[in-house]
Each structure stands twice: as structure tokens, then as C-alpha cells.
Design a protein around this ligand. Structure first.
Ligand code: ZN
Length: 357
């Protein structure tokens, strides 16, 4: 089990970076790679993070990632920057894309990674996992890797509160998806004898329930609500570390989202936020499970997340295609979709009955 060793939480948490560096590294001289995007997160690095590192005389190499999405080439570039500069720690400041790039390049270089999320859009903040499309990139490149959870998570709630409402809605969608993911896991346990961890499942469920109860507060975007959401996202990441897989956090609703990601590349449309896609998937997959799908839909509505194809910004025909494709995405991950998946007419009926199309 590998979980983050330090989690710093609260307003101005980034000021604690030097303390964390001291705590995790025996080296006298650290040389750290600070990753960010090119716009908002670059600004956060310059305003809030570099001055803190500067004050403590910590040697820094800066790298801004402009590529969207991250490709294998981005990762190769990062690996050579790490090697050439003898970097011994990576600090990723940003949303899912930057955290993924930092986590993967640090894991491949066998050095530590510190996650500094600037928005709460998904549970990659603390997890030992990266996005589906990045996993596909690595698969295409035939590059083997094993991912490590960040050694520390520094969640500055003052910074994260500035994230756009859609990123907050997305984080809620990724969390509400766990209600389905756990049902799928239990199904695979009963039907296929898959390993099941009661503890990991309880942790993911508890985190999802916390978000469900507090959606109205989270929606307001104040620090109090953001705190709940980020704690839940970290809880979900830790549940994956305990399970040793993404099982507690990702079931049929995530397969649907991955299918949409794949189709977006095939047909050239823009995918929506990960958590918005998984949230919409959770409405439909909970319907399939015969559970209280309306409760998930209503919570998504309150927080401003998509509850239909129109709000998601993806055409209904792609939603249906993704539904019929989802079971093929990861055949070893058994879910309510079974081995054969949904027929087109069943997918259409489900999407209509849940008001998705
Ligand atoms: Zn997710």
C-alpha cells in the first residue's frame, strides 16, 4: 500500500512547501522541477510558489507544459529535463493534465512527486493513476511503467477556491461516480470472485457520501465547500492506493467516459471534463443497476454539472455509441455492462428514460 505521506490542507498551504521538502528528502540540496501550464497555473507559480522556494534558497528548474492533451512526447521531454538537470523531485502545479505529467515522469524517473492541485476537477490529486488517454499514449508507445502515488499533496484551498465553477462541478461528478463504481466492484466480487477490499470500498463510499450531503455548500465555491470536495477527492485517491487498483473509483460510468474520450479522437469533437462525463455516466449506470439514479442526477443538477447530452456539449449519437462501446474499453474490468455490453436500442432507451438524450 502506497499512500501520500504528507497532506497539507488549508489556505496558504503552499507556504509549507519548504517544510515538506525537508521532511521527505534526506538530501541537503534538492533540485526540483516545477511544472505548470502556460497561463493561470504559470501565474500561480510565479506569484505564490517561486517566492516561497526562493526564500528557502531551493534550486528550481521551471517547465511549462503547453500540449493539450499530454502526449508521449511531452513525457519524453520531461524525462530528459529531469535527467539532464539531475532533478530529484517533481512538483506539479495545476489541474489533471499537469498532475498526470508530473506523476508519470517522476514515477518513470524513480523520484518523488508532490501534487499541488489548483482545481478540484478530478481525483488524480492523490491517486496512483493517470488519465485514460495518457494510458493509451503509453500503451501505443509500448512503454511499461508503474505509477506511484504523490509523496505529498499540498492543497491550498485559497488557490483551489479560485477554480472555475465547471471544474468544481466536475470534481463532484467524479465523486458521485463512486456510488456506481462500488456497485460494479461488488458485482465483480460476487460474480467473478474478484478481490474486494471492504476498507477501500468504504473509504470511497464515505467520500462520495460526504460530497452528496454537501453539494449545496460546495456549489457556492467558498472555502468551506471546497475543503469538503478536496478531502473527498484525496480520500478517493487513497482508496485506490489501498485497493492497489482504480477499482473503488472507476466502474462502468468511467468506461463510458473513456469511450467518449476515444470517440472524441476518432471523430474530432471536444471531450468534456472527465468528471462531467463520469457524472453523466453515473446517472445511466445507476439506472442499469436499479439504484437511485435520480438522487445522483439531482445532486449533479444542484452543483451545475451536466445531466444531459446537451449540457455536456456532446451530440446524442456519440453518447449512444459510447454506451455500446463501453464494455470493450477494459474487458478485464467486469461491470454491470457484462461481457456483451448494451445493444443500441437498449442504450437509447436508457438514455431517454434517464433524460440524458
Ligand atoms: Zn475519475
Amino acid at each position: 500500500m502506497e499512500i501520500p505521506r504528507h497532506v497539507i490542507f488549508g489556505p496558504n498551504a503552499v507556504e509549507k512547501i519548504p517544510d515538506i521538502l525537508k521532511a521527505i528528502s534526506s538530501r541537503k540540496k534538492n533540485k526540483i522541477l516545477v511544472l505548470s501550464g502556460t497561463t493561470i497555473t504559470n501565474h500561480i507559480v510565479e506569484e505564490k510558489i517561486l517566492p516561497v522556494l526562493d526564500n528557502s534558497r531551493i534550486a528550481v528548474v521551471r517547465y511549462m507544459i503547453s500540449e493539450k492533451p499530454i502526449t508521449y512526447k511531452t513525457i519524453l521531454n520531461l524525462l530528459s529535463v529531469i535527467r539532464e538537470n539531475k532533478i530529484n523531485l517533481v512538483l506539479g502545479v495545476g489541474g489533471g493534465r499537469i498532475i498526470d505529467a508530473g506523476k508519470l515522469s517522476a514515477s518513470l524517473s524513480s523520484i518523488n512527486f508532490i501534487s499541488i492541485p489548483t482545481n478540484p476537477s478530478n481525483d488524480g490529486i492523490a491517486s496512483p493513476a493517470v488519465s485514460y488517454l495518457l494510458r493509451q499514449e503509453m500503451k501505443k508507445a509500448k512503454r511499461k511503467y508503474s505509477l506511484h502515488a504523490p509523496i505529498a499533496v499540498i492543497a491550498d484551498t485559497k488557490i483551489i477556491s479560485q477554480a472555475p465553477p465547471i471544474a468544481i462541478a466536475s470534481g463532484c461528478g467524479d465523486m458521485l461516480a463512486k456510488f456506481v463504481a462500488i456497485r460494479d466492484w461488488q458485482l465483480a466480487y460476487r460474480l467473478k470472485g474478484e478481490d474486494y477490499s471492504e476498507y477501500a470500498a468504504s473509504m470511497a463510499l464515505m467520500s462520495a457520501k460526504l460530497v452528496l450531503e454537501k453539494v449545496s455548500i460546495i456549489k457556492q465555491g467558498f472555502e468551506e465547500g471546497i475543503r469538503v470536495l478536496v478531502k473527498a477527492l484525496i480520500g478517493s485517491g487513497v482508496s485506490m492506493s489501498i485497493a492497489g487498483s482504480s477499482r473503488p473509483a472507476s466502474g462502468s460510468e468511467h468506461l463510458f467516459s473513456h469511450a467518449l474520450d476515444l470517440l472524441s479522437q476518432k471523430y474530432g469533437f471536444k471531450p468534456a471534463y472527465h468528471g462531467l462525463q463520469t457524472g453523466l455516466g453515473a446517472i445511466m449506470m445507476m439506472w442499469l443497476h436499479g439504484g437511485d439514479w435520480e438522487k445522483i442526477r439531482d445532486a449533479l443538477k444542484i452543483v451545475g454539472a451536466a445531466t444531459n447530452a446537451y449540457e455536456l456539449g456532446i451530440e446524442p449519437k456519440y453518447i449512444i455509441e459510447a454506451l455500446t462501446l463501453a464494455h470493450k474499453i477494459r474487458p478485464e474490468r467486469y461491470t454491470i455492462l457484462g461481457h456483451r455490453g448494451l445493444t443500441r436500442s437498449a442504450a437509447e432507451r436508457m438514455a431517454k428514460e434517464t433524460g440524458v438524450i
